[in-house]
Design a protein around this ligand. Sequence first.
Ligand code: HEC
Ligand code: HEC
Length: 372
Amino acid sequence: MMKSYIWSIPTRVFHILFALFILLAFLTGDEDRFLNYHAVIGYFVFILLSFRIIWGFFGPKHSRFKDFPLSIKKAKDFMLTIFEKKQNYVGHNPMASYVMVAMLVVTFLIILSGVLTFGIQEGKGLFSYLNSSMFKEMDLFKEIHEILSNLLIALIAAHLGGVVFDRLFHKKDETLNSIVTGYKVTSEDNSISLNMFQKTIFIFFVLLFVGFVIFNINQPKNLLVASVYTPIDYKVQNELFVTECGSCHTLYTPNLLPKKSWRLIMSDLENHFGDDASLEKEDNISILNFLLKNSAEESTKEVSFKILDSIKNKDIIAISDTVFWKHTHKDIPKTLFSHEQIKSKANCKACHLDIEKGLIEDENIKSIDSFK
Ligand code: HEC
Ligand code: HEC
């Protein structure tokens, strides 16, 4: 028995970065306020994935796809001799190869469904132009993204399971150590070395990766995360709306309620939530027309769809009375809404710093902890 150098530095660097960025993606995936970071991490995974695919065609022996023992016969033989001490495979065994190829394919599909979700639902990133398209009401890509992510978890579990199994039954091969050291114990010398072309590929990707890090630090609002929505100056659009409807409370922007709700509100301003907010007739008409023209039905924003879906045809005139609103804010302690800087759940702007500009960006939500 002897030691063979089978995993080159590029292969090992890829492995550790891929594991790290997939982990980061899972950690940032659940919380809305991390969504931009989650997206950028996804682009990093894409760069790593591209490297691994190219490496699979032009890399050294053991790392190339054509060295993966993927035939059914080999898989069968492997399973029949799996408990035997002596193993035939220097690189990936057939089972490991299947899992590995599946991980690469699934990861690619996760990234694709991710950028589509980001573009269609949030109006952000490379596919943001699809936000106003016919897909706009679809949750489809998000669901695909989530199902595939669960599949990836299963594949990672299979991968780790394989490593544990190997450690228990073929400890002498040192497979686990090999992904750190590059060396595995084999019966004959199977060592590899990199040629100039392979080294060039690696250097190119290192530069690309580092360049992408610098780019994202210098331009956090680059086109990969940029939103199609820009802040709106409502004063320019309808000054009366701002002065009248923003004087007692948050300026609830027109896209936050359907036409029916705005009609109900504007037809009964004398008895407006216990206040008299009545207006001159023509002022009332001007504001109502403005609200109708920009109501939730006219918007492509995700929040508008959710509110419409939640209100349907009900006579609801407060956003904070919708099931959607209650659901989104269910994790906020009820007592916080009586905090002296907030006072009411209808005081949206205490927490949503950009709401009066027609945006409710995740990164502009004030942290709940900052009120303590
Ligand atoms: C005289 C003060 C006053 C004026 C002017 C006023 N409102 Fe209100 N509005 C209130 C009060 C008080 C509430 C209840 C807030 C609370 O629950 O804390 C309210 C609540 C609302 C809500 C429900 C918010 C929610 O989701 O809980 C909407 C929508 C609303 N107002 C729209 C308007 C519009 C449109 C105008 C302009 C035509 C307007 N308001 C002008 C006092 C006013
Ligand atoms: C006490 C602070 C607070 C107040 C007041 C508040 N919100 Fe929120 N809101 C939050 C937090 C925190 C979240 C994020 C919840 C999460 O992701 O778990 C949120 C989430 C949302 C979302 C979902 C954003 C997204 O992209 O998923 C919408 C829409 C929203 N709020 C609208 C409103 C409106 C409209 C009002 C006023 C009627 C309001 N909020 C009042 C704290 C607040």
